[in-house]
Design a protein around this ligand. Structure first.
Ligand code: ADP
Ligand code: F6P
Length: 325
């Protein structure tokens, strides 16, 4: 049966480029004579019936805006069958026969359950700054997040240099170190602490001391929020300062990394992925995630995307340390 009406929602943490993706879903569907409904506040709005039809102008002027015009939320109760049943009823009530879910692995679990329990056609689009989704090189918002973090660290470097200080800069990523690793390389950080690699503080301290002996007057260490430090980042700063005598400061970049106007790369991939999600629904596909591998559009079973862990490239980690000698 051909798809006549598609719902689109954003779920989990927002990320820059989600709006560009929503725009692509809406306009690609309308171009193909398919009606589109915006579902507000993720699964929460789906369950509460916060659904309204969108037209081509509903998504005008949003390609350059961070965040998501559909708003987003987390609804832990969506793990319960009865709650999802309410969502399925609302889709049926509005005559929506397929769903595009823009979010991370948690959102994909929810989408997969809707497909499994109620036969709803679902396609997931990876939208998270963490870039931790298996089956795709890229997730919407990652590029903007690393650029925002890099620019922030460039600014911190100015003051770190003037005061000859050590800075520990905590970045997001939940339990994945992709943001930290890439940002450390792009910022020329002295070291990076990530969840994927066992943290050895004494080794980091020795590297800092050696660096100063070679003439470095200030240093930057990027710390992933998920790195297993055995203490929090403030305590770590105190510990390093105590051991080295280097005046140390901490900056936690936090939600700054989730905002801002999306980069060209995020707008470009978000647009391609959104259109491709609709294309797959037109072809009758379901329970898949769309992604980008080596700049090509791909699709993988949703289950693969949320069950498996993405491979971690240790080469970048090693390079950060080699290039900061
Ligand atoms: P992300 O999609 O960014 O990983 P979350 O992990 O917070 O974000 O998940 C977003 C939402 O997806 C949750 O609030 C919940 O509504 C839904 N969800 C997460 N895990 C499941 C699950 N196992 N079954 C059904 N729904 C889920
Ligand atoms: O998954 C995106 C993310 O920004 C993580 O990097 C971070 O750990 C988490 O969401 C923060 O969530 P919240 O917005 O609920 O504080």
């Amino acid at each position: 049966m051909s798809v006549k009406s598609i719902g689109v929602l954003t779920s989990g943490g927002d990320s820059a480029g989600m709006n560009a993706c929503i725009r692509a879903v809406v306009r690609y569907a309308i171009y193909n004579n398919i009606r589109v409904f915006g579902i507000y506040r993720g699964y929460k709005g789906l369950v509460n019936g916060e659904i309204s039809e969108l037209n081509a102008s509903s998504v005008g002027g949003i390609i350059n805006r961070g965040g998501t015009i559909l708003l987003t939320a987390r609804l832990p109760e969506f793990k319960q069958y009865e709650v999802r049943e309410k969502a399925a009823e609302n889709l049926e009530k509005h005559g929506i026969d397929a769903l595009v879910v823009i979010g991370g692995d948690g959102s994909f679990r929810g989408a997969h359950q809707l497909a499994k329990d109620f036969g709803i056609k679902v396609i997931g689009v990876p939208g998270t700054i963490d870039n931790d989704i298996k089956g795709t090189d890229y997730t919407i918002g990652y590029d903007t997040a690393i650029n925002v973090a890099m620019e922030a660290i460039d600014k911190i470097r100015d003051t770190a240099t003037s005061h000859e200080r050590l800075f520990l800069i905590e970045v997001m990523g939940r339990d994945a170190g992709y943001i930290a690793n890439t940002v450390a390389l792009c910022s020329g950080a002295e070291d990076v602490l990530i969840p994927e690699i066992e943290v050895n503080i004494e080794d980091t301290i020795n590297r800092l001391i050696e660096g100063r002996k070679r003439g470095k007057t200030s240093s930057i260490i990027v710390v992933s929020e998920g790195a297993k430090l055995g203490m929090d980042v403030m305590q770590l700063a105190g510990y390093i300062q105590g051991k080295t005598g280097f005046e140390t400061r901490v900056t936690i970049l936090g939600h700054l990394q989730r905002g801002g106007s999306p980069t060209a790369l995020d707008r470009m991939y978000a647009s391609r992925l959104g259109a491709y999600a609709v294309e797959l629904l037109i072809k009758g596909e379901t329970d898949k995630m769309v992604g980008i591998i080596s700049d090509e559009l791909v699709s993988v079973p949703l289950e693969e995307a949320f069950e498996k862990k993405k491979d971690f490239d240790e080469n970048i980690y090693r390079l950060v340390r080699i290039l900061s000698i």
